[in-house]
Design a protein around this ligand. Sequence first.
Ligand code: A3P
Length: 333
Amino acid sequence: MIVGESGCADAFSKYEALASALPASRQGLGSAPYRKHDGFWYPEHLMAPTLAMRDTFTARPTDVILATMPKSGTTWLKAIVYSVVHRGRHAPARERHPLLATSPHELVPFLHSLYENHRAAPPGPLLEGMPPPRLFAVHAPFTALPASVPGSGCRVVYLCRDPKDAFVSLRHYLGEIKPEGSEMTPFAEAFDLFCGGVSPFGPVWDHMAEYWKESVARPGEVMFLRYEHLKEDAVGTVRRLAEFLGCPFTDEEVASGVPEAVVALCSLDRMRCVRANRDGVHGTGRWSFKNMAFFRKGEVGDWKAHMTPEMAQRLDGIMEEKLRGSGLSLAGN
Ligand code: A3P
């Protein structure tokens, strides 16, 4: 049940007022600044929706929540989880699969976007009406998730990526989607901000460490994945993911290559050619851009083309230091 459904517009203005009173960064990594809440930085337009989500969304045991820092492979994870979970109804090898007609972002919406797009009318009925399993994505840190998430038994899948590649990816993305006429923060300054913890939903190390800690404490409910491992062994990771989600591939499915079909369907090359991903639009009228901005190179180590070895060393050093003692290490990317 969604609490506080009545008077949602009023409830939402309460969050907007709260958000506008929070400390703001002087600049962002792209063209817009961030707001700081409970130790994390949020893109300004997502602060109020995230707070509304936190306070009013009620998780169900059958829900699956995909959590990422921006540019960590969210779109890929959405496609994979959708095709794994719905493979009974939609065989991944079929030519008429929903992923070949619809953006992964529509099939697996961001929870904060549902709140952002339903300021006037509450998203409650929409959320209530969604059949199980409901699949959502979030960028919010673990501690900003609705209180019902940890207790509900729902599954959370976290995907993390080498922050050097995520930073480079983010810069490209922000350049693509920035409103016309706005100025991007210069690359070196944006890198300094990132290293200082100022990034969308950052500091990146705290974001990762929170989900890591939770995955160690509750491995049956929180799964921690790495983009690099998904690239390295997509089929193996997809099989582990299916098991975690409670729908393991049967021997028959394995023998007939269903996990491989999921990987092929969700591959960057295949997704990039889908018309909805190539020409479709993401977002609302207020701020919209081509879905194509979500598909670029999808490489591990692309940072080498954009960062000096000194910059890489600096960021690696910061990550190592900040994650020390957490049990999580990103070394070896
Ligand atoms: P690059 O900019 O490095 O190419 P997100 O989905 O979290 O916004 O992340 C976008 C990044 O994931 C981009 O990285 C994009 O190219 C990559 N990506 C998108 N779809 C992918 C897929 N099917 N396989 C691998 N990488 C993918």
